[in-house]
Design a protein around this ligand. Structure first.
Ligand code: TRP
Length: 351
């Protein structure tokens, strides 16, 4: 599995303008953090039904596009995926994170402050710790840690998130949690970010395009029109229709960079794979969205070709999410989440 995902990572690094040596170092670092699963033959079933991707590959890529710049490549992975008991893999995952952080001189202070809340001795829920690296040409990567609010049981998710917010000094955000029907992740930017964010992800089951208008709570963030039109295009909803999106839910993320309780970043994630017939259709929608933001779609086409030789019409889910991301003072970004499909290609949806 590690060979498969490393080959994809190297190809994407090349597209994102990284040098051969740094790309190879990232591929090695990710495989080392994945642990034994990286050696596992792909003809054996996944060792764990990882929640990270639909086919349970513990790696997912994303390309974040903004106008006039090369896209930024990120890789999300589940360290120590499926190793031993959940307690074993959680412990190993924490070690892997600290090893990577140490290697690049990234401070884990924020994470360490809340580790006991999210990484208990007997972790529950669909995952325990994910790591994302933002891979920038010629400089150290930026790291993000994803934590599971349901680590102490789904019924305690809100309490766990609230405790973490208080601990990290975000009392205002705690008093005014973003809306949604499920708290899915709490993520922390670690290390040398211009403005490290604490991010809270929530789901919106059964959202309608007009319902999306009210999602963002970020001053200067996306307008109601932008949210509705992004969702319509991404999910393929005709102008007059207003259906509930009843399959996988739209998600949003509010990011806090200071302790005022005001979100400085906001992202809406549309799980396009449930709302399209095949990846050809998803790519067409992505191209429309990129176009609308003045972004050249060539790199996205190339990226899909670099991930797999299969025709886009033969499956759905190579692009798992399309997201619209706003952050204070920057131009909006469109992000495509890209699946490895190491284990399985989801057949096209028949409607
Ligand atoms: N696979 C999970 C999901 O689809 C988690 C996940 C992976 C995710 N990448 C994501 C969620 C990107 C939102 C955005 O929900």
């Amino acid at each position: 599995m590690g060979a498969h995902t490393a080959r994809q990572l190297l190809a994407l690094c090349d597209l994102a303008g990284l040098g051969a040596a740094e790309s190879a170092a990232y591929a090695r670092a990710v495989n080392a953090a994945l642990g034994p699963v990286s050696e596992r033959p792909l003809n054996l079933p996944p060792v764990l039904p990882s929640f990270l991707s639909d086919d349970h590959t513990p790696v997912e890529f994303s390309l974040s596009f903004s106008p006039g710049r090369a896209p930024t490549l990120r890789v999300l992975f589940e360290p120590a995926s499926g190793f031993g008991t959940p307690a074993d893999s959680s412990l190993l995952a924490q070690r892997a994170l600290h090893r990577l952080a140490g290697h690049w001189g990234i401070s884990t202070e924020q994470l360490d402050a809340v580790s006991d809340l999210f990484l208990p001795d007997e972790p529950q829920g669909a995952f325990s710790l994910w790591i994302a690296l933002e891979l920038l040409p010629g400089s150290a990567p930026r790291m993000k840690a994803y934590l599971n609010p349901a680590a102490n049981g789904a019924q305690h998710a809100e309490r766990t998130v609230r405790a973490a917010l208080r601990r990290l000094g975000h009392h205002h955000a705690e008093a005014d949690l973003p809306e949604g029907d499920q708290l899915l992740f709490l993520a922390l930017d670690l290390g040398d970010w211009p403005e490290p964010r604490l991010k809270i992800y929530t789901t919106h089951h059964g959202l309608t395009p007009t319902g999306a208008r009210a999602l963002g709570r970020m001053p200067g963030g996306p307008t109601p029109d932008e949210l509705e039109s992004f969702l319509r295009t991404a999910a393929g909803v005709a102008p007059r229709d207003n259906p509930r999106l009843a399959l996988r839910p739209v998600q949003t993320c509010h990011g806090y960079t200071d302790t005022t309780g005001t979100a400085r970043a906001f992202t809406m994630y549309v799980p396009v794979r449930d709302y399209a017939r095949h990846d050809g259709e998803v790519l067409d929608r992505a191209v429309l969205l990129l176009d609308r933001h003045g972004i050249d779609p060539a790199a996205l086409r190339d990226a899909l070709g670099a991930l797999t030789p299969r025709p886009l019409e033969d499956g759905v889910g190579l692009i798992s999410y399309l997201a619209l991301a706003h952050q204070d003072g920057r131009s909006p970004r469109v992000t495509a989440y890209l699946s490895s499909e190491a284990y399985r290609v989801r057949p096209p949806n028949i409607r």
